[in-house]
Design a binder for this molecule. Structure first.
Ligand SMILES: Cc1cc2nc3c(=O)[nH]c(=O)nc-3n(C[C@H](O)[C@H](O)[C@H](O)COP(=O)(O)OP(=O)(O)OC[C@H]3O[C@@H](n4cnc5c(N)ncnc54)[C@H](O)[C@@H]3O)c2cc1C
Length: 379
């Protein structure tokens, strides 16, 4: 006789296996929770990211089990920011950061998640999430249906249809493209440089395996004006900053072609939406100028993991979980996102960027304060 077994219901499902999703999964699994994580691509994978991680996340990643200290990673303590004219602001970084490629880091985290018992489903795209009843949601994926009590959205900056942001993108929001190369370059290992150009900026710093990450953000209009040809845009726009011309013409480029993403917006989002807990860029992307989106994703995973564990052992209900997470998210990140948006206004403009950098060069205490606004304390 055929029996209809009830479907397996996971206590927690995580949509998206970038830094936010993988770190959340590992923390929950470490405390004995059964977790399924859906990742639409496979590991290892390159991502458009500057790959500079604020030191605030070093202890967290190490405690999670990533052997950072054994990887001989570059520790970055010096910052240079240039204007298009070539003027360069020099500053030390009080907290600083380290460099590691997302190719290496996400792969470490995926292996770690699996070793802790997380069910990581690669090449598995989530297409929809619907309430099955008032306790359980059904997750429609490219590999079938799954059921879970809690749903966490860590799908990054592009919201899928089932999790469209509550604030539609304003027509005035600038649209950016992101481009990344791995190169071999002549730059000290302990230094990160940010070079401004018209309507954009480019970061360069060392990562693992003796490579450098060169990654830039540009308004999409620059590319359109160059006939949608990246090389033409780089030569016409980025090369006006002679520092960038030097890196582009005197470095060894290690990919056949760069990694490019488009339609990047920095607009407000929600930490809790349609019954889902959002983290990382899905909850709110910070301008990469602040160099700290990865640490924000990891910090949010810690906040959310601690609250989910309280819910899981019955200490709080789902409403309290949502309220406490929204409050904690705002307390931890609103100021940083705000600082990032205002700092971004100063950059990528010929005159105001130069003026701002020359002013800051005379006011090192203010420079340190501004850098401090974009970095958090270790967690
Ligand atoms: C140009 C640029 C430079 C940057 N430089 C830095 C930097 O130097 N330092 C820094 O700290 N931050 C930087 N950032 C920001 C940083 O990359 C992000 O903040 C960080 O990656 C966010 O992590 P996340 O886990 O939220 O999302 P992601 O790392 O983007 O991961 C999201 C994952 O979800 C998966 N996914 C999406 N939709 C689905 C679906 N429907 N089903 C299943 N899986 C799905 C994706 O494939 C992806 O793997 C930069 C960003 C840009 C654009």
């Amino acid at each position: 006789m055929e029996t209809n077994n009830p479907p397996k219901v996971y206590p927690c499902a995580i949509i998206g296996g970038g830094l936010g999703g993988l770190c959340l999964a590992i923390q929950l699994a470490q405390q004995g929770m059964e977790v399924v994580l859906f990742e639409k691509n496979s590991y290892p994978q390159h991502r458009v990211c500057g790959e500079y991680i604020s030191m605030e996340s070093w202890d967290f990643l190490t405690e999670l089990g990533v052997p950072l200290a054994d990887l001989q990673l570059p520790i970055i303590k010096q910052l240079g920011i240039s204007a298009e004219s070539g003027f360069m602001l020099q500053s030390s970084l009080a907290l600083g950061g380290f460099g590691i490629s997302r190719y290496s880091l996400d792969q470490y985290l995926c292996l770690l998640a699996r070793s802790k018992g997380v069910t990581v489903l690669e090449n598995c795209k989530v297409n929809d999430v619907k309430a099955a009843d008032d306790q359980v949601s059904v997750i429609h994926t490219s590999q079938g249906h799954y059921f879970a009590q809690l749903i966490c959205g860590s799908f990054g900056k592009y919201a899928p249809n089932f999790a469209k942001p509550s604030h539609p993108i304003s027509k005035n929001s600038p649209n950016y493209i992101g481009v990344k190369y791995h190169i071999q370059a002549d730059l000290a290992a302990d230094r990160i440089e940010l070079h401004n150009f018209q309507d954009g900026y480019c970061g360069i710093s060392k990562v693992d395996k003796d490579q450098y990450c060169l990654c830039y953000l540009s308004k999409a209009s620059n590319l359109q004006q160059a006939g949608n040809d990246l090389k033409t845009m780089e030569e016409r726009v980025l090369y006006k900053n002679l520092w960038l011309k030097k890196y582009f013409t005197q470095s060894t480029f290690l990919y056949d072609s760069p990694l490019v993403i488009s339609n990047i917006y920095f607009h407000p989002k929600a930490a809790y939406l349609n019954g889902m807990f959002m983290l990382g860029d899905a909850a709110g992307a910070i301008t990469p100028l602040c160099g700290n989106g990865m640490s924000m994703a990891m910090r949010a995973s810690k906040i959310l993991a601690d609250l989910i564990l309280l819910y899981h052992c019955g200490e709080i209900d789902k409403t309290a979980l949502a309220n406490r997470y929204i409050t904690a998210w705002k307390a931890n990140f609103n100021n940083r996102i705000w600082a990032g948006q205002y700092l971004q206004l100063l950059f990528g403009k010929k005159q105001s960027t130069q003026l701002a950098l020359k002013t800051l060069a005379r006011l090192p205490a203010l420079t340190q304060r501004l850098i401090g606004l974009t970095h958090g304390l270790p967690f």
